[in-house]
Design a protein around this ligand. Sequence first.
Ligand SMILES: [Zn+2]
Length: 285
Amino acid sequence: MRVNGIGLDSSARFTFQSHAHTDHFVSGKIIFATKATKFLSHLRKGGFYREVEFGKTFYIGDFKARLYPAGHMLGSAGIKLWLENGTLFYTGDTKWFKLRTAEKSRFPRADFLIIEATFGVPSFTFPTPREAEKKLIAFIEEAFDRGRRPVLYVNQMGKAQEVMKILDVHGITVKPSREILKVARVYSKFGIRFGNVERDGEVVLRSYRSPKVENSLSPWELTVSGFGRLKLSNHADFWELVRIVEKVKPEKVFTVYGFANEFAGILRGLGHDSEPITPDAQVNI
Ligand SMILES: [Zn+2]
């Protein structure tokens, strides 16, 4: 989107990149992002990034701005902008519950909210990360009991490192793919260390394949995703999204990505002024 000419995960002269997943990559004269997002993005792309710390006030174009941790992956951020007719908060990809390898999310009050709606319908109700973690460990222990080596399919950036950390805490060694390991090395620079990587690790981690593959997986293979069999998600589920809206207390909500139309309709039913927008929308506030 562009809001008053400022890019939000959208290319513009001055733009904000919320996190390092490739579908949020942008180009611009100056890209504002956290240091972790800059380092992780540089694994894949160039671009002039201006590092911004969480909670510090800065200016993007003519507007005052501040970043808040989004809880989606290391370095992920939402942005609050002080515009002519009120304040706006854009969540980026976000998570209410705390993950082990992402900063704890925070959501400020704002007059206008742009919220992601990847899982914006009630059929997406996930276990909490702690509950999902127990299921993951149970799956792995059962495989071990039967003499099998489990294989986990994970998004190579973010989810893979979260799973590595969970297994590290539980004393289980991993054999990650080369791409997953590259990202993990950047995480280590930011103090998130993994003591369980071994050439012959007990659990194999491979880059995430589309959920369609699910049917062809063996009983000891698992896709770890909100769309997969084990719903350890780094996105807010439907109820987390509703909690975020209630926390920000906006006068108007714009929904974007995924189930944007449906989520906007549900919010209207709950009494909110809400409308869906597309990722390339131009909004003026
Ligand atoms: Zn993302």
